[in-house]
Design a protein around this ligand. Structure first.
Ligand code: MN
Ligand code: MN
Length: 300
């Protein structure tokens, strides 16, 4: 058993991981009170592309009780003193994805961050060929609750595949009772979310992150051009902001209204802790290798 992954593929996963891990560190250094959120996301994405990787999905900066999927379009939005900022970013080389996240604390939330970070690193130590995902889930749960926080139960780690960011298996933050055994060369991401609230997220607000579901004929020239670009992404997610630098904003918005009206897109609205608890997240991508694990997104 196991996944057939050749050396060339592993090399691409490592390269994507190295570029994305470094871009994440760089992004974290930019997050400060008063700094524009969009500016930081643009700089992170520029860094990934300038080093020769593609974007596996739009960089997200999810703040405080927003746990994930926040990619703002409004340039006036800034980080504030006290914020808990999750940066979650993805790069890819020929479709081989690196998915990694960290939390920047602009307040005094060290313990919350430690809960998520420790859950990630404790769990990575258990990853090996043949391990039951249930034991990883139990470790995430045990670590986060030991800090007095709730693991978010409806956000999970996941497998990765070529041009696929979220693949089987799900790696939940609690023991679901479903045994799944990791296989040699399997690529997974582990991403424990710690919440000071109930640890359940719900969708809230307008989506800015999308994926192409199926194509339909579109009317306007801008919509046709944008659709052509979207189709070149091999099914990977994108954000409306990416097109603002290429076409007039009004026309981009109109094109997206048409895509959405025609149900052409999968939508990823922001996910928020339903009790408005503060949320921290850390994430790495790794390749399962016998008794060891290659953490592709870990950088010095
Ligand atoms: Mn992620
Ligand atoms: Mn992920």
């Amino acid at each position: 058993m196991g996944f057939a992954v050749d050396e060339e593929t592993i090399r691409k996963y490592k390269r994507a991981g190295e570029i994305t891990g470094n871009a994440l560190k760089y992004g974290a250094s930019l997050v400060k009170p008063g700094v524009s959120v969009v500016e930081v996301l643009d700089k992170i994405e520029e860094r990934i592309k300038s080093r020769g990787a593609g974007l596996a999905f739009p960089a997200a900066a999810s703040i405080n009780y927003i746990a994930a999927h926040s990619a703002p379009v409004d340039e006036s939005e800034v980080f504030h003193e006290g914020d808990v900022v999750k940066l979650d970013i993805g790069g890819e080389i020929d479709g081989f994805v690196a998915d990694t996240a960290l939390t920047v604390d602009l307040g005094n939330h060290e313990k919350l961050l430690e809960a998520s970070k420790n859950a990630l690193y404790n769990t990575i130590k258990l990853v090996k060929t043949g391990v039951d995902v249930r034991s990883l889930s139990r470790e995430i749960n045990r670590t986060i609750t030991s800090f007095g926080y709730s693991p978010i139960k409806n956000l999970t780690g996941h497998g990765l595949d070529k041009y696929v960011v979220h693949d089987e298996p799900a790696i939940p933050a609690y023991d679901t009772g479903n045994s799944i055994f990791l296989e040699e060369n399997q690529v997974i991401a582990i991403e424990p979310f710690a919440s000071s609230g109930v640890g359940v997220v719900v969708e809230s607000g307008e989506p800015t992150i999308f994926m192409l579901d199926h194509e339909k004929p579109v009317r306007s020239l801008t919509a046709r051009r944008i659709l052509k670009e979207i189709k070149s992404l091999n099914g990977l997610p994108f954000t409306i902001r990416w097109f603002y630098s290429e076409y007039p904003k009004l026309l981009v918005n109109e094109a997206f209204r048409e895509f959405r009206r025609k149900n052409m897109l999968v939508e990823f609205p922001p996910l928020v802790d339903m009790s408005k608890g503060l949320v921290a997240q850390f994430e790495h991508t790794m390749i399962v290798k016998g008794d060891k694990v290659i953490v592709t997104t870990m950088v010095k």
